[in-house]
Ligand binder design. Structure first.
Ligand SMILES: Cc1cc2nc3c(=O)[nH]c(=O)nc-3n(C[C@H](O)[C@H](O)[C@H](O)COP(=O)(O)O)c2cc1C
Length: 154
């Protein structure tokens, strides 16, 4: 099946206009069910840590269940933070059949993101960002997006 992106993806997932942004410790399945019930037309998972998701069974069990991304939980974007394309791809591969797109978090400004070298702290590292996004784009069935911060200068 041809991979959808851009306008085609937007059309396929029903042209969502009420989008609930990703929130750590909020955007889990129960929140998404409620959000959709009250009119959300696209939901995100909370930011998941790609390396832990790919390598730790416990982290996966704590953060992902068989109901995540199931029929009642679509359209869904799964968001990861990452700074290593191998871990990011391994994590994304585990959810590619349960979501409509995978998003890379390039916006988190918190201390924990600085310490972990992810989120907005990657935004100046263009080669790394290119590597992360192109690795996903070339190897995933679903579309890739990145949530970024807008700088003063384009
Ligand atoms: C509690 C909380 C958790 C958040 N977690 C994430 C996150 O996991 N990933 C992300 O990209 N943004 C996260 N954000 C930022 C939101 O997605 C959003 O960009 C921000 O709240 C601005 O939108 P607003 O003006 O509607 O609040 C979080 C925001 C809040 C308040």
């Amino acid at each position: 099946m041809q991979k959808l992106s851009g306008r085609q993806l937007f059309d396929k997932i029903g042209r969502p206009t009420r989008i609930v942004a990703p929130m750590v410790d909020q955007s889990e399945l129960a929140w998404r069910i409620l959000s959709r019930r009250y009119g959300a037309t696209l939901a995100y998972t909370p930011m998941l840590h790609a390396k832990l998701f790919a390598t730790s069974k416990k982290y996966r069990e704590d953060n992902w269940s068989p109901l995540d991304g199931s029929d009642g939980d679509r359209p869904l974007v799964v968001q990861f933070c990452a700074n290593d394309p191998v871990h990011l791809l391994a994590a994304a591969k585990l959810v590619e059949d349960k979501c409509d797109a995978v998003d890379l978090n390039l916006g988190c400004p918190q201390g924990i993101a600085k310490k972990g070298h992810y989120g907005s702290f990657l935004m100046e590292e263009w080669d790394l960002i290119h590597n992360l996004i192109s690795t996903l784009h070339k190897n995933l069935k679903v579309a890739v997006s990145a949530k970024i911060r807008i700088f003063d200068e384009p």
